[in-house]
Ligand binder design. Structure first.
Ligand code: PAF
Length: 291
């Protein structure tokens, strides 16, 4: 129940332990959706919750900063933790239940020795720069699917490779859940919403606009029939003269992250370090046949 009789949004129940989660989950009837997050919720997460509310009777939000998916030099300690504001957003968007466990609750025997192997796709792009990242992501996602037992699970296209790997895991390991992708939410100037945007200084935020500008330029060139290589070159030009941005990768692939097709639907993906903050973004492209 997420609204009272006057239609006022009711605060979601908060479960801190797997016992509390199991008890709350067992009271749910009808369709259940989960939205998994690491907290620091923003309007991108709100869009996930709304998409989940449209399809399900009850929405469970998980909030857990998963240590398994952070490398030793990454931002685990400084990752924003904003539970009170997160709970307000969950209430506003009609979540029924928030599962916010401790690391001890999620990993009672310590870091798991058995982890989900993401396979070859997990070693490319984000996986090449962040060894072990997708092992950590898929392991926690599978655990959270087992604990929340949803019919539907919603993930943002902003983390496109993560979404693709979760789809593969669910297919390959026969996990009984429907995975739903939700389009990226952007600021009016094109910046993709991300919990990590709050690390950016004003000049860094300005420089970060080069990522979405690159995707727009690449998609436009692809649509003009320029071909994959020229589309990448057009995208790369968006970084010309932009200081403080170090591109990690800028690629054009097919929608499943395989080699770029000669024509038809494709995906542009970019990762770059802006100051000390690593940002990723992606967009669909349609490779028109060469003129
Ligand atoms: O996308 C995220 O926020 C995380 O990778 C996820 C899916 C919640 C797993 O920790």
């Amino acid at each position: 129940m997420t609204r009272d009789q006057q239609g006022v949004a009711v605060a979601p129940e908060v479960a801190r332990t797997r016992g509390e989660l199991a008890a709350a989950r067992s009271r749910m009837t009808g369709t259940v959706a989960v939205v998994m997050t690491m907290g620091a919720l923003h309007e991108g997460h709100a869009a996930l919750l709304r998409a989940a509310r449209d399809r399900a009777d009850h929405v469970i939000v998980t909030i857990f900063v998963n240590p398994l998916q952070f490398g030793p030099t990454e931002d685990f300690d400084r990752y924003p933790r904003t539970l009170d504001a997160d709970l307000e957003l969950c209430q506003r968007e009609g979540a029924a239940l928030v599962f916010a466990p401790s690391a001890q609750e999620m990993y009672p025997a310590g870091e798991p020795a058995v982890r989900v192997n993401p396979g070859p796709l997990g070693e490319r792009l984000e996986g090449a720069s962040r060894p072990g990242f997708f092992h950590g992501v898929l392991t926690v996602v599978l655990k959270l699917l087992q604990l929340t037992r949803p019919d539907l699970a919603f993930f943002g296209e902003k983390d496109y490779q993560q979404l693709a790997l979760i789809r593969l895991m669910v297919r390959d390991l026969e996990v009984p859940v429907e995975i739903v992708g939700v389009p990226t939410v952007r600021e009016p100037d094109g910046l993709a919403l991300s919990s990590r945007n709050r690390y950016l200084s004003a000049p860094e935020r300005q420089a970060a606009l080069s990522l979405s500008a690159a995707l727009r330029a690449g998609a436009a060139a692809a649509g003009r029939g320029a071909g994959a290589e020229a589309a990448i070159a057009a995208a790369r030009e968006a970084f010309d003269g932009v200081e403080g941005v170090e591109v990690d990768y800028l690629v054009l692939t097919d929608p499943d992250l395989g080699p770029a097709p000669g024509s038809g639907p494709a995906r542009l993906l970019v990762a770059a370090r802006v100051g000390t903050t690593r940002l990723i973004d992606n967009a669909p492209a349609d490779l028109a046949p060469a003129q």
